[in-house]
Write a protein that binds this ligand. Structure first.
Ligand code: ADP
Length: 168
């Protein structure tokens, strides 16, 4: 059984991530979307919220599940019995970091390979950070995120607006 682990912050999951997951789903019997804790990155959504949003968005894909992990990715991946770590490559700008990461992971454990997948060209400019920035400025993001994520982001924007309108 071939298992691929797709790790990331997924804060939140975008259609670019979804594109990579659909491609990986064709190559592997099972894919685990592994959500990193990354508290230091000050996420917009908590780990639990990110899991819920990803699970809802991926509910039509039988071979795909969502988990969280702490600590070293290679330890987690090997513990799961995975054959590969999946990462997305959008542009040359991703390359240097991803190359370093893949080689470091190989150094830490040479039994696991990193596989890179390129999304459809219309998603090559898409990142979670960009989606959050556009949404915070009132821009339309519905083409870029799955429906559950869009709903959660609109709710979050409403909450922020309500708080900022409240008298001190
Ligand atoms: P991280 O915090 O590890 O960068 P992300 O959630 O931002 O986590 O991304 C996880 C993986 O998905 C990374 O390999 C990233 O390059 C890739 N990725 C992010 N957005 C896209 C996209 N639009 N198309 C393809 N790959 C993407």
């Amino acid at each position: 059984m071939k298992l691929g682990i797709y790790p990331g912050s997924f804060d939140p999951l975008t259609n670019g991530h979804l594109d990579v997951i659909r491609r990986a789903d064709k190559l592997f019997d099972r894919v685990i979307v592994a959500i990193a804790n990354n508290e230091s990155k000050k996420p917009m959504f908590t780990k639990e919220e990110r899991v819920e949003l990803a699970s809802e968005s991926l509910s039509d894909m039988e071979g795909v599940s969502v988990e969280t992990f702490d600590g070293l990715l290679v330890d987690y991946a090997v513990g799961k019995g995975a054959q590969a770590i999946i990462r997305g490559l959008r542009a040359i700008s991703d390359f240097e970091f991803e190359f370093q990461l893949a080689l470091m992971n190989r150094h830490l454990d040479s039994s696991i390979e990193t596989i890179f997948m390129m999304p459809k060209d219309k998603y090559t400019f898409l990142s979670s950070r960009m989606v959050k920035e556009v949404a915070s400025l009132g821009g339309d993001i519905k083409e870029f995120v799955p429906a559950p994520v869009l709903r959660a982001m609109l709710e979050r924007a409403e909450e922020i607006k309500r708080h900022s309108l409240q008298p001190e």
